[in-house]
Design a protein around this ligand. Structure first.
Ligand code: CA
Length: 568
């Protein structure tokens, strides 16, 4: 394929290609011959795949993040694997009663690596033997595509492992040099794959038994790649197309702010190169970047043309959602921040799709934020996250309120399918994990219980799919009915039912007087003469335009009585 030149900002070349492809696809679909032709199984796969893609682009996907090591073991070694993920596709993305109903999967790194977490890669074009084989990956991909589910891979490109052959060859070459002798890339190209130096610099580690240092911002075992080197970029382009050819639908870009630690502009321009390279091969490729930093900074990465950036402002123990759930911020703040963020995203020409999440593999699990309230705020907070516009990301185990904090291993504990840790399919988890006593029961005990964390998360995902305005629409804050305890929002989307959401962020029942909304055109059109609403603590009520009945999330929470004081 001819190498594409970067397009003008706001109208990149890959968008034009995508739109042309869309017109061609539409022409084929509309061709009258199609109506009479037998549709082969492959064509059906293709269609469901396209449908899933369309959802991602409008920003209405729900993506399940999986740490393969701890998710599901298929062969009895108690280490999770790709076949284990495949076995659980019904759970992750099926439509059944005990299914979550996600439509995208992000696998944390699956490439060979000396560590349990595998963020330090030794071969970008293989599968770690602990997880399976390339064939297992191909088989998982086709199983996903048969269901219209997209699969994205975690790609750590800032650094490799020191055990990567690029690094070991460079190290061997440097050790062969005389003291103080400068190396030459003509003799060993790999010395320019990393940033080696004879001087000790900030963020550099000593190369053992030599007078040399190498850049390693995260840890001595993770040498930073020299991303300015064309040869490195050629390798990366090949890695992207290697996986795209296998059918991988996109990539989660690890640690984008570290690409060029000293220069945000250079990091953004590298993300732009990655996006253009990936989309030149497959215009449908979905890219989401991790920039664990303040909102203004990570939003700037949308200048690169990347589809999504993770929305750190709403996530974690100190984020918008947890602050509102804890009562540190008033309820209305959730709506205010949403509106403000959507305005900022619009500055990127409507191409940016937000990627809200609540926790990930680097954060303390959310159930531990509110340990003694019977699940009321754990469920409430997940509902707030899943009601956000964009592609929402859910970290495995959060849907059953697993807890785990402190060292990283504790945040990556085995998925609790069953109370019995030796039950079939259960994983052993990382070696250095502490014994964590769980607050909520295993999945098996939560299924079918309408008050469980699982049921609330599942219901919220179902609402995202039933009402496209929830995930794909624009937020209006109804200020007349938003304050300390209540937040009222309308989500609108062209061609879809508008949704009114009333959120009770307090631990008390709230009788909401809706009559104050008579003068508000958007709200009264949805309300149609409803004049009041009662919300139990931390409950959320949704009303869709043209429908009679409210839908409730997290209603009827039973809050434990405070010691020495009776509620009610
Ligand atoms: Ca296994």
């Amino acid at each position: 394929m001819e190498k594409l030149r970067p397009g003008k900002r706001g109208y990149p070349v890959w968008r034009m290609i995508k739109e042309t492809a869309f017109v061609l696809m539409a022409a084929v679909l509309l061709s009258p011959l199609c109506f009479f032709a037998d549709i082969s199984a492959e064509e059906q796969d293709g269609q469901s795949h396209d449908a899933a893609f369309a959802e991602t682009q409008t920003g209405s996907s729900t993506c399940y993040e999986i740490f393969v090591y701890s998710f599901r073991d298929s062969d009895g070694d108690r280490i999770g694997d790709l076949d284990g993920v495949k076995e659980e596709l019904d759970y992750i993305c099926g439509k059944g009663e005990d299914s979550l109903g996600c439509d995208m999967i992000w696998l944390m790194p699956v490439f060979p690596s000396p560590t349990y977490h595998k963020y330090d890669v030794t071969d970008y074009e293989q599968i770690d033997p602990q997880y399976g084989t390339l064939e297992d990956m191909e088989s998982l991909l086709s199983a996903c595509h048969e269901r219209g589910v997209r699969l994205i891979l975690d790609l750590p490109l800032n650094h490799t492992s020191t055990a990567h052959p690029w690094f070991t060859e460079a190290e061997e070459y440097i050790k062969s040099l005389e003291n103080g002798q400068e190396g030459s890339a003509e003799d060993c190209p790999y010395i320019d794959f990393y940033n080696f130096s004879l001087e000790k610099q900030d963020g550099f580690e000593p190369l053992e038994d030599t007078g040399w240092y190498y850049e390693a911002r995260f840890w001595a075992g993770m040498p930073d790649l020299n991303l300015d080197n064309e040869a490195v970029r050629d390798e990366i382009a090949r890695i992207l197309s290697f996986w795209q050819e296998k059918g991988v639908d996109g990539f989660r870009l690890d640690a984008v702010t570290s690409y060029y630690t000293q220069s945000k502009e250079k990091s953004i321009s590298f993300v732009e190169w990655l996006t253009e390279t990936a989309k030149a091969f497959d215009p449908d490729c979905y890219l989401v970047g991790e920039a664990w930093t303040d909102q203004d900074t990570y939003l700037q990465y949308y200048e690169s043309g990347i589809d999504s950036m993770f929305d750190f402002a709403f996530a974690g123990q100190e984020g918008v959602i947890a602050s509102v759930a804890r009562g540190n911020k008033q309820a209305a703040w959730y709506g205010q921040r949403l509106v403000e963020e959507e305005e900022k995203l619009e500055e990127y020409g409507g191409l940016a799709v937000n990627a809200p999440f609540y926790t990930n593999h680097d954060m303390a699990r959310s159930a531990g934020y509110y340990p003694n309230d019977g699940g009321a705020r754990t469920k409430f907070a997940w509902a707030l996250n899943l009601l956000m516009p964009g592609n929402a990301f859910l970290y495995y185990g959060e849907e059953i309120g697993m807890n785990g904090s402190g060292k990283d291993e504790n945040k990556r504990a085995p998925m609790r399918w069953d109370e019995d840790p030796s039950a079939s399919g259960m994983c052993k988890g990382p070696d250095d994990m502490d014994a964590v006593s769980m607050i909520y029961p295993a999945l098996k005990e939560q299924e079918g219980d309408p008050s469980s964390v699982f049921s609330c998360v599942k219901k919220a995902i179902g609402l995202r799919q039933e009402y496209p305005a929830i995930a794909g629409g624009k937020t209006i804050l109804v200020e007349k009915l938003s304050g300390k305890e209540i937040c009222t929002l309308i989500r609108t989307m062209e061609g879809e039912k508008s949704i009114l959401m009333v959120i009770n962020a307090s631990q008390n029942d709230q009788l909401v007087d809706l009559s104050v909304l008579e003068e508000e055109a958007e709200a009264s059109a949805i309300l149609r003469n409803k004049d009041s609403l009662t919300l139990t603590p931390y409950a959320i009520a949704l009303l869709a335009e043209g429908e009679e009945d409210w839908v409730y999330l997290n209603e009827g929470c039973v809050l434990p009585e405070k010691s020495g004081r009776r509620r009610r």
